[in-house]
Write a protein that binds this ligand. Structure first.
Ligand code: ADP
Ligand code: MG
Length: 627
């Protein structure tokens, strides 16, 4: 609730709408207590008194009635009727929508076709017809306005309900023996309430206008009772001679509807779950770069990709999450570099920062460089960066099910990936796509190309993912846990494939994983990450044989060994620190069994010895360079 209010308050216009509406509603509520003239008493001697006259601040109308009094009483009535119509339409519409969406099938069909029929009539015409049938009067106008708005709510809520009715938690409720009515009330309703509120907040202004419209035509409130619409209607004949009689109610309608709509938009934005986590904006095309410190020099001239002192943070409200805190890495052509660490250690953010793919807001790259053949990618103009994305540097992600579009065949998606960077014909693209599928050893490539992602197994899909990454002959592939979702045999095949590809094509690979077993099979060098920093780096064999950082040693102990006898596999106790409150000294100190006072005293530097590096005062094995 407080989060909702702060989000709402951030939206200036919505806040203005809220203030205006509060004033209007309070005025409407206290109207009976105010020392006002009776709104319905006529005094024909004092017709059309101009505004600001003694005894009649806003003047009088054609029957000499006090306009201020009629305005306040009229506002009260208009608000009440508009609000009641909105609540009625929302309740009935939501109920219909939930029932149609939940039961589906024939129930859904019958209800929704009826709703469609209602929607086929022009809006205001339908309202007029309903009032004509029921007879003029404010209550009948309310019924008419509510009725014409029911289909809008029903359609909206049905759509949401269909999505929810297939979710696992609804199945779970069914399994636990709840009745359908209970499921609708306890499982579905709470999930659609925000949508109902959003739909209401954006339509209530419209409903007030419609009610006023009916009253204006003489079909709503009946004389002498005032509402804003009937006041306008009665003033129509004196529009030229005594404009104040129309301007007063007209302005009030304008103010109310504007305020409600501004507020409604604000409520919608603040309640929309997609906008909850951050500002009310979509991510930028490339991560925001705000480097405060000088750009560090490159370390390795022979490298394809050279990352130096990369820092990426997430700025959420007044918190700063240091997801990547100064990471330096480099990969040469044909080399495979492993990045390993527990979940949340900053591996993915490091990988995504390279091509400016971290969502901004909240992500900001605050320091460092990532050089591709010497050109810094951080802060590169977007057009240039986009040209390199998928061409020079490509990514493979964990879940190909999520990265492949479910509605296009894998062939179409491959062709699209190729054509994004090369203007070739669809036919040539198709030939190239078949070639790529063969390269990733998909059997019957020519026929498989017409498959949809769901027609393939997990391993096949990941092969397609790799084929897409290869589509434009990249120099470097960044693979973010590409085998985590696969079973062990398929994983081995994918690893063998990647290994082949890099040897035959001279590809550089950055391979992200949390599994030392995988690193051992594929990577030449490995960097161990913990809490956004590299804690150990070196040639894979050397690190596996003699880990220096206690964290690395524990990670290696987590890998089961076949035929290794009865060794207990120990999880690392404790949890990694939260990156917005990193400890002063070594981030691993709280979980380390070798910790001493010095570890917490201050920042521990990454110390290099030959081709190995470790960030620890008391390493497990002697500092020594691997040969
Ligand atoms: P992993 O090593 O598992 O790939 P990540 O690089 O995804 O870890 O995440 C590193 C840290 O950054 C985590 O603590 C995570 O909570 C934080 N983080 C990642 N993405 C976001 C985001 N969009 N907003 C806020 N924090 C994030
Ligand atoms: Mg990750």
């Amino acid at each position: 609730m407080t989060a909702f209010l702060t989000l709402l308050a951030r939206n200036r216009l919505a806040l203005a709408g809220l203030v205006v509406m509060t004033v209007v509603v309070v005025l409407a509520l206290i109207t009976p207590l105010l020392p006002l003239a009776d709104p319905d008493v006529t005094d024909t001697g004092n017709r059309f008194v101009p505004p600001l006259s003694p005894g009649a601040w806003l003047g009088t109308d054609h029957l000499g009635r006090d306009l201020l009094s009629r305005l306040l009483w009229g506002t009260r009535l208009s608000l009440a009727v508009g609000f009641a119509a909105a609540v009625a339409a929302a309740t009935i519409g939501a109920a219909i929508g939930m029932i149609a969406g939940f039961y589906g099938g024939r129930v859904d069909n019958i209800i929704m076709r009826a709703v469609d029929m209602l929607m086929a009539f022009p809006y205001i015409l339908l309202a007029l017809a309903i009032v004509a049938a029921l007879g003029p009067g404010l209550i009948n106008a309310l019924i008419a306005v509510a009725a014409v708005n029911v289909p809008f709510f029903a359609r909206n809520i049905r759509g949401i309900t269909v999505g929810i009715a297939n979710k696992e938690f609804v199945d779970a409720a069914r399994l636990s023996g709840l009745s359908n009515a209970r499921i609708i009330l306890t499982e579905v309703l709470p999930n659609v309430v925000p949508v109902i509120v959003i739909a209401m907040s954006t339509t209530i202004g419209w409903m007030i206008l419609e009610t006023a419209g009916l009253s204006f035509l003489g079909l709503g409130s009946q004389p002498p009772q005032a509402d804003l619409g009937s006041m306008l209607g009665e003033a129509r004949s004196a529009l030229i001679t005594n404009p104040h009689t129309s301007v007063v109610p007209g302005l009030m309608i304008l103010v109310i509807v504007m305020a409600i709509n501004l507020l409604g938009d604000g409520v919608r934005d603040a309640l929309d779950p997609r906008l909850k986590s951050g500002a009310l904006s979509r991510p930028m095309a490339a991560t925001r770069v705000d480097r405060r410190s000088p750009v560090p020099p490159a370390q390795d001239a022979a490298a394809v990709l050279d990352i130096a002192g990369l820092q990426t943070q997430f700025h959420i409200k007044d918190r700063v999450y240091r997801a990547v805190g100064g990471v330096s890495l480099s990969v040469k052509p044909g080399e495979c570099l492993g990045i390993i660490g527990e979940s949340g250690s900053g591996k993915s953010v490091t990988a995504l920062s390279i091509m400016g793919l971290v969502a901004s807001p909240p992500g900001v790259i605050t320091g460092g460089a990532a050089r591709l053949h010497g050109d810094d990618l951080i802060g590169m103009p977007y057009r240039q960066l986009r040209d390199l994305r998928g061409r020079a540097v490509s990514y493979i992600f964990q879940d190909p099910q999520a990265t492949l579009h479910p509605l296009y065949t894998v062939g179409d998606q491959l062709i699209e990936a190729i054509r994004a960077h090369r203007p070739i014909s669809v036919k040539a693209g198709r030939a190239r796509a078949v070639e790529l599928l063969k390269a990733v050893r998909i059997p019957n490539a020519a026929s498989r190309i017409g498959n949809y992602p769901h027609e393939m197994s997990g391993g096949m899909r990941q092969r397609v993912g790799i084929a897409m990454a290869l589509a434009n002959e990249p120099q470097i592939i960044i693979a973010d846990e590409p085998t985590t979702a696969l079973d062990v045999t398929v994983q081995a095949q994918i690893l063998a494939l990647l290994d082949d590809l890099r040897r035959s094509r001279g590809l550089a690979i950055v391979f992200i994983t949390h599994d030392f077993g995988v690193v051992g099979q594929l990577c030449d060098r490995v960097a161990v990450m913990y809490a956004g920093k590299i804690v150990e780096a070196g040639p894979t064999r050397a690190v596996l044989d003699a880990p220096m950082h206690p964290y690395t040693a524990r990670l290696i102990d987590c890998v089961p060994e076949l035929g290794g006898g009865k060794r207990r596999l120990e999880a690392i106790p404790g949890l990694p620190p939260v990156v917005d409150k990193l400890p002063h000294g070594c981030a691993f100190a709280d979980r380390c069994d070798r910790v001493q006072g010095l570890c917490r005293a201050g920042t521990v530097a990454l110390e290099h010895t030959g081709n190995r590096a470790v960030r620890c005062h008391f390493p497990v094995n002697e500092r020594q360079a691997a040969e």
